[in-house]
Design a protein around this ligand. Sequence first.
Ligand code: BES
Ligand code: ZN
Length: 402
Amino acid sequence: MKTLNGLLLAVVMTAAPAFQTIAAENSKDVYISIDSDALKFSQKTFKSRVQEISTQDGISILKIDEDALPWLSMLMHKNFNRCGGFMVHDDEADAMNLLHSQDGAQLFAKNNTFADYTINQEELVKPMVEQVKAENILANITKLSSFKNRYYKGEFGKQSAAYIKEMWSAIVKNRTDATVEYFPHSQWDQPSIILTLKGKSDDVIVLGGHQDSINGSFGGSSATAPGADDNASGISTITEVVRILTDNSYQPQKTIKFMAYAAEEVGLLGSKEISKSFKAANVNVIGVMQLDMTNFQGTKDLDIVMMTDYTNVQQNNFVGSIIDKYVPGIKWGFDKCGYGCSDHASWNAQGYPASMPFEAKMDDMNHNIHTAKDTLSVSGGNASHAAKFAKMALAYIVELDR
Ligand code: BES
Ligand code: ZN
């Protein structure tokens, strides 16, 4: 049984207000926008933990205990049998903005109607998930962590970017629907890399992770920063997904984009530029998954930890269901970074639904990151943890795609 899901069942089967006894006492309030028809339900379930701020045109702004969000999402899913739920806002002003701007209302509608979170592609997904090979991921982490660093400035970071571009190009070389391109950045040398599998529709699904590494104490372009876990693991996990989709001649319905972001370690800079450019071009990104650190199992009884901040609650829920169905025997739970800790936050800031499934709880994180010691040996010299993430990401893409 999963950590939170197991508890959830108990809540649903007994009475909803059981939540009152589960929530932490001193958690912080956040602002959400929610369809007004779910307002009463939220108030009944969460009592004093939720407060109606304003309602207009079928959308309500609520102030709610942050720890209630995963619960609200799952309860909405079960009781309303729908995925359309709510958006989380940074503050009250941001939430009210949504009420008062047409744009916001549209964005809300968009986020809540375009993604179909039904899971019904077992025939396609299952055989592909079985093809995930930890050895492939291992080989790639080994190669990527052999660069002295992958710093966003300097020669090594440029070389490692070129390597990723070549490697991805080689995998998709026989596909007529694929392109692998640099996304150049004007302020530094390391480009981001975008691999596109063009589908029938222009709706976009993004699977991404940052390619750069950093040595936190001896920053700079000549420091040793293997970044095996942070984040050669994520890029190598993504690469295994591309390999399997291609080996199986998978023809996407929607357009799937795999991204290796530059300059994450210095403020999410690469993903910030990319997500802004997508928003400016009105690209309908229906889902973003961020893979940043996938190969260190820091928490003994947990495999995948869904970060709840700067992410989309509905999509997180969907990813949880994906894990239950396609990565059996895996335990997953929730935690939060407490700040915009990786590129999912860039997409989230542009209003796109993003998720960040992480390798461990924050308390059990890999303390070797951002040092010369972030090597494969810290993860036991194998990639069995990352393989779970590849299975999840593969299933996520195919299920969201059709
Ligand atoms: N991979 C880390 C984020 C991370 C570290 C998440 C530990 C969870 C546990 C990422 O590459 C990173 O270092 N991010 C920066 C923030 C960024 C805005 C510069 C960080 O966490 O300091
Ligand atoms: Zn990272």
